[in-house]
Design a protein around this ligand. Structure first.
Ligand code: FAD
Length: 349
């Protein structure tokens, strides 16, 4: 390929959504992964695009709202270019309300959402009995139903991104030999990048948090995803339901599933009884990249020229991807810097 305008290291959701966005703007892009596209945290099973609660509004929540609202056209466009469905659907979410205090809080958030979500999505309080057999166990008998939450099938989304990038002339490279450093350089190398960066800085700027999830054979159609008693249950379009996730700060093996996942599956089946007896068709473990601030770590690397980072997706990397990719492309290609202060690389140094 002719000289690249942008060279991206790491073909996870962060690297590939940025590659796609830069290609859309006419840039020449090469992206290299030392393993394969989607080989890191992005190649998992869960794929919840879920909002923060509508209260105590901060720039991070406003940013996430914008990103979630961008997701539908963003993924539709990628699916169209790829000729492959990324499995996106804004199918909403039901959350169990534990007790009376939770019910009061949920009702105040219902009012907050009207303002903070600008009428673009709802946060309603509904009776579990109205929902029927898909309702999660709820001590109070009440649930929150929000219409902002969506889902994406992580593996289908990665496959769609690969095809979309290639359809626009982007080059995806894998293997042991890194490409020549051409154009602007972006490191989107997940938790390993955060560990390497920490080593280079001589202090911890981020780390990895392992997670495990499973896939059950159960066709819930386009039913809302569920969150109850700490478990996420996410129906996908292909007759499966994902359940997750563990959160392990300390671990020996990054990609090995163990008995901690059995506990998550068991809990999901208790909380959502219709899942009892469903066959477990996949189990997976990966490591989430968590910056010191717990917010995304994006923008220029201080004291360098034309070197950038897009990392720190942590537990909401899929949900943040459309807007992170957009403002990173603004910065890299057009020099327009709208990176929120909390997200800047310096914030974690
Ligand atoms: C169990 C689990 C459940 C999750 N559920 C959700 C969810 O429901 N919703 C959500 O939004 N997020 C979820 N996440 C988090 C989400 O997966 C991450 O935030 C996101 O995938 C991070 O994407 P990334 O591209 O930054 O990193 P990765 O996907 O890890 O990509 C980094 C890539 O860089 C490559 N690489 C590393 N070093 C180099 C190098 N030196 N050179 C070249 N390539 C390199 C790796 O091989 C890898 O492919 C979950 C994570 C886990 C583990």
């Amino acid at each position: 390929m002719a000289m690249a305008d942008v060279t991206i290291f790491g073909a996870g959701i962060a690297g590939m959504t940025l590659a796609w966005t830069c290609l859309q703007r006419g840039a020449k892009v090469q992206i290299w992964d030392k393993r394969a596209p989607g080989a890191g945290a992005s190649g998992g099973l869960v794929g919840a695009l879920a909002p923060h609660v509508p209260e105590q509004w901060i720039p991070k929540k406003a940013f996430q709202l914008e990103s979630l609202l961008m997701a539908e056209p963003f993924w539709t466009e990628i699916g169209g270019a790829a000729g492959k469905d990324p499995g996106y659907s804004r199918s909403g979410r039901l959350q169990a309300i534990a007790d009376g205090a939770g019910l009061l809080l949920a009702r105040s958030r219902h009012e907050n959402a009207k303002v903070l979500w600008e009428g673009k999505a709802r946060w309603d309080v509904v009776q579990a009995a109205q929902v029927g057999s898909w309702a999660p166990r709820s001590e109070s008998g009440w649930l929150v139903h929000d219409t902002l939450t969506a889902r994406l099938n992580p593996r289908l989304a990665c496959a769609a991104l690969v095809a979309a990038i290639e359809s626009e002339g982007g080059q995806i490279l894998t293997g042991n030999t890194p490409p020549d450093l051409e154009g602007k350089i972006v490191y989107a190398t997940g938790y390993e990048g955060l560990l390497e960066f920490s080593e280079a800085m001589g202090r911890e700027v981020g780390n990895g948090v392992k997670g495990q999830g499973a896939l059950l054979k159960y066709d819930a159609g386009n039913a809302p995803q569920l969150f109850a008693e700490g478990v996420h249950v996410v129906p996908h379009s292909n007759g499966t339901v994902a359940v997750g996730s563990t959160s392990e700060r300390y671990y020996d093996t990054p990609d090995v599933v163990d008995e901690q996942l059995d506990a998550v599956i068991e809990k999901a089946m208790q909380v959502v009884p219709v899942l009892q007896g469903a066959e477990v068709v996949d189990r997976w473990a990966g490591v989430r990249p968590r910056a010191k601030t717990r917010a995304p770590m994006i923008g220029p690397v201080p004291d360098t020229k034309d070197v950038f980072i897009s990392n720190g997706g942590f537990k909401i990397g899929f949900g943040m991807a459309p807007k992170v990719a957009t403002i990173m492309a603004d910065l890299i290609l057009d020099g327009i810097d709208t990176i929120p202060d909390d997200f800047r690389v310096e914030a974690s140094l």
